[in-house]
Design a protein around this ligand. Structure first.
Ligand code: MN
Length: 710
C-alpha cells in the first residue's frame, strides 16, 4: 500500500490524472525531503516516508495535484523551520493555504479532552466548509498514523484511537467515504480493545471458512438465474467489517453465533430498474425475512448512500443478506464525496454541484450563531454528523437521546422501567400512533400508561434500544418463572393425589428436604424445574414420600403416554413432553393442529389456521407436527365470537341456545359498539369440532345474529 518512492507516487497519479503537473509534485517532494532532513519516525525509518504515504493515500482518493503536494508538505510547518510564506513563494497561495490549514487543525492543547474534542471538531467543520481538501489531507494523515500506531506507547495509542473512532470515522461516514470509515473503525477497534478484536478476527475467519462454500453455491444459483433473465450484473461475496459486527453484537446484546450477516452477497447491476428486477428475482428464489428489507434507493441515507438490502432464508434455512445497487451507487458507497470530485486542475470543487458542501455550510452557520459549552457543541455536532441519533422531547420539554429507528416503547423505557411495562399507547406531536411507530428527530412524545398493562413479547421485534430489550426480557423471564411455578405445583399435586397421598406434603418439611436433596436452593426452584420439564413430578414425589414408590410403580411406568391418551394428543417423535393448548385459538378435537416448541414452556398447540402462526414462525420457535387421537369425550375450551344487533334479551337467547345442547359456558364477554351492534364472545366447553360446529350453526340461525366465528 505504501509508496516506496516518489516514482511510485507519480505513477499512481498518472494512472487517474494523466494531465497532472508531475513537476509540481516532484518539487514538493524534494522540498519536503530537504526540510525534514535527518528526522526519523518512531520506528526509526526516515521521516519523509510518512508524507509520502499520506500523499499516496490522497492519490488513492484520486485527489488533485495541489492536494497531493499538500500531503507531501503537511508536516513541514509543524515539524521543521519552514513557514507558510516559504511555501507560498515557491508553490503559490493555494498550497500554502492548504498546508497551513492542516497544521492549524488540532494543534492546540486544551484542558479537558472534551473541550479539545469539541474544538477539533469545530475546526474540522469550519475548514471543510472553506476547502474540503483540508479535511481530506487530514484524513489521509490520520489514516497513515493509524496504520502505524503500533510504534507509539499504549496511552497515546488509545487516545488517538478513541479520537479517531469518535471524530474521524463518523465524519468519514457523514461524507460517505465507506472504505475510509471502515478502515478507521477497524484500526481504532484493534487498538482500543486488542483482545476482543483478535478474538473476533479468529471467529470471523472460522465462520468464513465454514460458509464460503455455501455462499458460493448461492452466487452460482443467482448468476444462472440472472443470465436466464438477461440481466447484466456482477455477483460477489462480501464480509461485514469487524467493528460493524461488534457494534451489532453490542446493540442487540447477542453473541457472535447469532450474527447472520457476517457473509453476505452484493449484486452490482446497470440501472435502478435492474436493481428492483434483481430484488424480485432473489425474493422469488428464497423467502425474504419480514422487516429486513430496506429500500435505500427510494429513500437514501443522509450520507446519500443508496442500495437495496434484503435478508432471505436460503437453502438449509440459513439467513443470507443481499445488497443490490448500480455501479454508480457502489462507487458512491465506497468513495462518497470523492466520487463527486469535479476538480479542474488547481481548481476547487464546485459548491453548487455538491450537496455535501451545502449541508456543511448550512450546518456550520447554524451551530456558529449559538454560544455553547463544549458539551453542547459536541452534542449538536454528533446529532448531525452521527446520523444514528435522534433527540426526543417529553411533554415537559426534557430531552432524551435515542438511536435512529427508536419507537415509543424505547422512549417509554428510557423514562422508567415501569413506564415501559405499563405503556399502552403513545401520542407523537399530539397524535395517537401505534407502539411500533418510528420516531423522528425532534418529536414530542407522550406515553399513555395503564396500571394493568404488561409488556408483550411482540415488542422485542421492534424495539431498538438495549435498555428496552433487556427490561422486556427480564419481565418475560420473571413471568415464565411464575407460570412454571404454577404448572409445577399442579403437576406435583396431580402426582401426589394419584398415589393417594395428602397434598399438604408439598408444603411440609418433606418437600423442603426433597428440594435440598436435589440441590435446589429452595422448594420454589424445584417447582420451576418441574414446570420447565427438567425433572418429572414422579422423581420429586419419590423423594417426598419414598414409601409410595412401590405401590406407584405399576401405573407410573409410562406416565407420558398415559397423559397423552387422556388428552388425546400425539406429538410426532416426542415422548414425555409438556404441552398446552394455545389460548389464542382454542383448538378442539377434530381441528388440524400444529405445535411449537416454546422456550421453557413445552409445546404450545395451535390450530393450523391460528392467525398468530406467522408471527410465531418469525420468532424462530420450532414447528412440529401434532395430531389428535380419537375424541376422548373430555371437555375442551373453545372460543366463539358472535356479532349481533344490540337488542334487549339477545344475550339470554344465545345462552339458552347453548345450554339446550348441554354445553357449559365457561366465560362470556359482551361489548357494544357505537353502531348499535354487539360483539359477544363465549368460552365454551365442547367435546370436539363436530359439537362446536353444531352450536355455531344453531347460534347463526337465531334472530338478530349477524355472524358467528371462532
Ligand atoms: Mn502527519
Amino acid at each position: 500500500m505504501a509508496v516506496r518512492g516518489i516514482e511510485d507516487l507519480l505513477n499512481k497519479v498518472r494512472a487517474y490524472n494523466p494531465g497532472a503537473d508531475m513537476e509540481f509534485i516532484k518539487r514538493a517532494y524534494f522540498f519536503s525531503s530537504e526540510a525534514h532532513g535527518e528526522q526519523k519516525r518512531k520506528e526509526g525509518s526516515p521521516y519523509i516516508e510518512h508524507p509520502l504515504a499520506v500523499a499516496s493515500v490522497l492519490a488513492d482518493m484520486k485527489m488533485d495535484t495541489v492536494s497531493i503536494a499538500a500531503g507531501l508538505l503537511h508536516d513541514t510547518i509543524e515539524d521543521t523551520p519552514t513557514i507558510k510564506e516559504d511555501i507560498q513563494k515557491r508553490f503559490g497561495y493555494e498550497l500554502a493555504f492548504l498546508v497551513d490549514s492542516v497544521t492549524k487543525l488540532g494543534k492546540i492543547q486544551f484542558q479537558s479532552s472534551e473541550e479539545a474534542q469539541a474544538e477539533n471538531f469545530r475546526r474540522m467543520l469550519l475548514s471543510m466548509a472553506e476547502d474540503i481538501r483540508v479535511v481530506m489531507v487530514k484524513f489521509a494523515d490520520r489514516l497513515h498514523n493509524m496504520r502505524t500506531l503500533q510504534y507509539l506507547p499504549e496511552e497515546k495509542r488509545k487516545r488517538i484511537a478513541r479520537e479517531t473512532l469518535e471524530i474521524y470515522a463518523p465524519l468519514a461516514n457523514r461524507l460517505g467515504i465507506g472504505w475510509l470509515r471502515i478502515e478507521l473503525e477497524n484500526l481504532s477497534f484493534k487498538h482500543l480493545m486488542p483482545e476482543v478484536y483478535e478474538d473476533l478476527v479468529r471467529k470471523v475467519a472460522t465462520r468464513r471458512e465454514e460458509q464460503e462454500g455455501y455462499v458460493n453455491v448461492l452466487i452460482g444459483i443467482v448468476k444462472n438465474k440472472l443470465a436466464n433473465e438477461g440481466i447484466r450484473a456482477q455477483v460477489k461475496g462480501r464480509i461485514k467489517h469487524y467493528y460493524g459486527i461488534w457494534q451489532k453484537m453490542q446493540r442487540q446484546e447477542i453473541p457472535f453465533d447469532q450474527i447472520y450477516d457476517v457473509l453476505g452477497i452484493r449484486i452490482i447491476t446497470d440501472t435502478k430498474a435492474s436493481c428492483y428486477a434483481v430484488l424480485g428475482l432473489i425474493h422469488s428464489l428464497w423467502k425474504p425475512i419480514p422487516g429486513k428489507f430496506k429500500d435505500y434507493i427510494g429513500v437514501p441515507k443522509s450520507n446519500m448512500y443508496q442500495s437495496l438490502h434484503t435478508t432471505v432464508v436460503g437453502p438449509e434455512g440459513r439467513r443470507v443478506e443481499f445488497q443490490i445497487r448500480t455501479e454508480d451507487m457502489d462507487k458512491l458507497a465506497e468513495e462518497g464525496i470523492a466520487a463527486h470530485w469535479k476538480y479542474k486542475e488547481r481548481g476547487h470543487i464546485n459548491p453548487k454541484d455538491d450537496r455535501y458542501i451545502a449541508w456543511l455550510r448550512n450546518f456550520i452557520q447554524e451551530i456558529q450563531d449559538v454560544r455553547q459549552t463544549p458539551q453542547e457543541f459536541l452534542d449538536a455536532v454528533k446529532s448531525e454528523v452521527v446520523p444514528d441519533t435522534i433527540y426526543i422531547f417529553t411533554p415537559r420539554g426534557e430531552i432524551k437521546e435515542l438511536p435512529l429507528g427508536a419507537t415509543p416503547v424505547d422512549f417509554a423505557y428510557s423514562i422508567h422501567t415501569q413506564v415501559g411495562h405499563k405503556c399502552v399507547g403513545a401520542k407523537v406531536n399530539g397524535r395517537m400512533v401505534p407502539l411500533k411507530f418510528t420516531l423522528n428527530n425532534g418529536d414530542t412524545v407522550e406515553i399513555l400508561t395503564s396500571q394493568n398493562h404488561t409488556p408483550s413479547r411482540d415488542w422485542l421485534s421492534f424495539v431498538t434500544t438495549s435498555r428496552a430489550r433487556t427490561r422486556i426480557r427480564q419481565w418475560i423471564k420473571a413471568e415464565e418463572r411464575k407460570e412454571c411455578i404454577e404448572l409445577g405445583a399442579k403437576l406435583l399435586e396431580t402426582e401426589i393425589r394419584r398415589r393417594g397421598l395428602s397434598v399438604s406434603l408439598l408444603k411440609g418439611p418433606e418437600a423442603a428436604s426433597a428440594a435440598s436433596g436435589m440441590s435446589f436452593e429452595d422448594p420454589e426452584d424445584m417447582l420451576v424445574a418441574v414446570g420447565y420439564g427438567k425433572i418429572s413430578p414422579q422423581q420429586v414425589v419419590n423423594r417426598i414420600a419414598p414409601s409410595s414408590i412401590q405401590e406407584a410403580e405399576a401405573p407410573a411406568i409410562k406416565p407420558a403416554k398415559q397423559a397423552e391418551e387422556e388428552k388425546g394428543i400425539t406429538i410426532t417423535g416426542m415422548t414425555d413432553i409438556l404441552y398446552h393448548l394455545a389460548k389464542c385459538c382454542y383448538p378442539v378435537p377434530g381441528d388440524n393442529l400444529v405445535g411449537f416448541i416454546t422456550r421453557g414452556k413445552g409445546v404450545s398447540v395451535h390450530r393450523k389456521s391460528c392467525p398468530n402462526l406467522p408471527r410465531l414462525v418469525a420468532d424462530e420457535e420450532r414447528l412440529i407436527s401434532v395430531q389428535w387421537k380419537a375424541s376422548d369425550g373430555a371437555p375442551h375450551l373453545a372460543k366463539v365470537a358472535v356479532d349481533t344487533l344490540d337488542r334487549p334479551g339477545i344475550v339470554a337467547n344465545l345462552s339458552a341456545a347453548i345450554s339446550s345442547l348441554n354445553i357449559n359456558i365457561h366465560h362470556m364477554e359482551a361489548i357494544t359498539n357505537q353502531l348499535e351492534n354487539a360483539h359477544i364472545s363465549f368460552i365454551l366447553e365442547v367435546k370436539d369440532r363436530g359439537q362446536l360446529n353444531a352450536i355455531m350453526q344453531k347460534l347463526a340461525q337465531l334472530d338478530g345474529v349477524i355472524g358467528v366465528r371462532r
